[in-house]
Design a protein around this ligand. Structure first.
Ligand SMILES: [Ca+2]
Ligand SMILES: [Ca+2]
Ligand SMILES: [Ca+2]
Ligand SMILES: [Ca+2]
Length: 407
């Protein structure tokens, strides 16, 4: 006995042929071929025929570890006598790996933060394997590095998979299938270019408005960005030509409470507009800056607001001078206030008069009051030792600025 082909692949066929002898030329014979896979074929040969006709058989599956099947053939004559031992031969049937097919959902939106969905099926040459189902192995790389993976349960006809890209980049999704015999086929894959998404939905607010000049308010807010790995730069333009830049860590979309002091009101105490721009690490910004407003009210001046000295003086002299100024201010101008006066006393500094500190800018809170008050104070004390504003070159500017602010 022999077979025409071995090894063969599962679901392939081989053809058995052979012969025997029997001196009873009138004997007919029955030939039973056990293929070794629990199936058999019976042939009835005419009298005098001792050649086993070529008989083909399809093996639907391999054996474990692709071990060979043993084919045994028994021949019995019409008088009931059989071969003393069945004739045998073998055929090796190899398992064949399944091939997987990947399909991406048609409505996948290739932007960071969106769920991307896929499905896979597998095809196996072996019908037994096909019926048994598969294990699917999903693998995702991001910019060339392993990113996500999932193995399905065994015995699946198909598999669904999804993941959420946490950032823009190039993602490769691949899937393989493994048949019941443990053989894994080649991967099917798709390359996806996932795009960045700009920050959005920003809102900001301030803790207090209105506030007095030289008062502070605190801004806080939030925004969203589906790219959870994105870091963000937040630039707060306070509306008074100053700005604050915050660098937020990845995944942080709350704008931390940030306080700001407004040194001055605007004309007619018009509100300042605060604008906040957010830019992610990939360079995308809010389509429009988030804004809020803060009203800063002017505070009437008091006499103490200009009580600075032109030259180094000792503490006592400075104190005396302030007291005189305050008294004078209260007497001459009803708009002086005790509260402001106390505040301003703390802020008084010798303008340019300190040794070795001639470039120091005067800090004159509460100064931006009415021009009349400023001039009146100078008129009253310009010749005194407390006259501050002419202490150095810088203070001509200070004087001018004070006048401008009052407009
Ligand atoms: Ca198989
Ligand atoms: Ca197979
Ligand atoms: Ca991003
Ligand atoms: Ca982003």
């Amino acid at each position: 006995m022999s077979v025409s082909a071995s090894p063969i692949d599962e679901n392939g066929s081989t053809t058995l042929s052979g012969g025997f002898s029997d001196p009873g030329v009138l004997d007919t014979h029955t030939v039973v071929i056990n293929w070794g896979d629990t199936t058999s074929t019976t042939l009835n040969l005419l009298a005098g025929v001792t050649a086993i006709p070529a008989t083909s058989h399809t093996y639907l599956d391999n054996r474990a570890s692709d071990a060979a099947y043993t084919i045994s053939v028994q021949v019995t004559d019409k008088d009931g006598a059989s071969l003393s031992a069945a004739a045998t031969t073998t055929v090796t049937v190899n398992n064949v790996a399944p091939s997987a097919a990947l399909t991406a959902a048609e409505d996948n939106d290739l932007h960071e933060g969106n769920t991307l969905s896929f499905s896979a099926t597998a095809t196996d040459a072996g019908p037994t394997d096909q019926a048994a189902g598969f294990t699917f192995q999903w693998r995702v790389t991001k910019n060339g590095a392993a990113y996500r993976s999932l193995d399905s349960a065994a015995g699946q006809a198909s598999s669904a998979y999804s993941f959420v890209p946490d950032d823009n980049g190039e993602y490769v999704v691949s899937v393989t299938a493994t048949d019941k015999d443990g053989l894994t086929g080649p991967a099917d894959s798709q390359t996806l270019t996932v795009l960045n998404v700009a920050p959005s939905a920003a809102s900001v607010s301030v803790s207090a408005s209105p506030i007095d000049e030289n008062g502070s308010t605190t801004l806080s807010g939030s925004f969203s960005d589906p790219g959870v790995l994105d870091t963000h730069t937040v630039v707060i333009n306070w509306g008074d030509t100053t700005s604050t830049t915050l660098n937020l860590l990845a995944g942080v979309t709350a704008i931390p409470a940030t306080s700001h002091t407004y040194l001055d009101n605007q004309a007619s105490d018009a509100a300042y507009t605060i604008s906040v721009q957010v830019t992610d690490k990939d360079g995308a910004s809010l389509s429009a800056a988030a804004t809020t407003t803060v009203t800063v009210n002017n505070v009437a001046p008091s006499a103490a607001s200009v009580s600075v000295s032109a030259s180094p003086i000792d503490e006592k002299r400075e104190h005396d001078a302030q007291r005189r100024f305050q008294r004078s201010g209260r007497a001459g101008h009803a708009h002086g206030s005790d509260q402001l006066g106390r505040h301003d006393e703390h802020d008084v500094e010798p303008v340019g008069g300190r040794d070795g500190d001639s470039g120091h800018q005067p800090h004159l809170p509460g100064q931006p009051g009415e021009r009349r008050g400023v001039h009146d104070q100078r008129a009253g004390h310009g010749q005194g030792r407390g006259e501050p504003v002419r202490g150095g070159d810088d203070h001509g500017d200070g004087e001018q600025r004070s006048a401008e602010r009052g407009r």
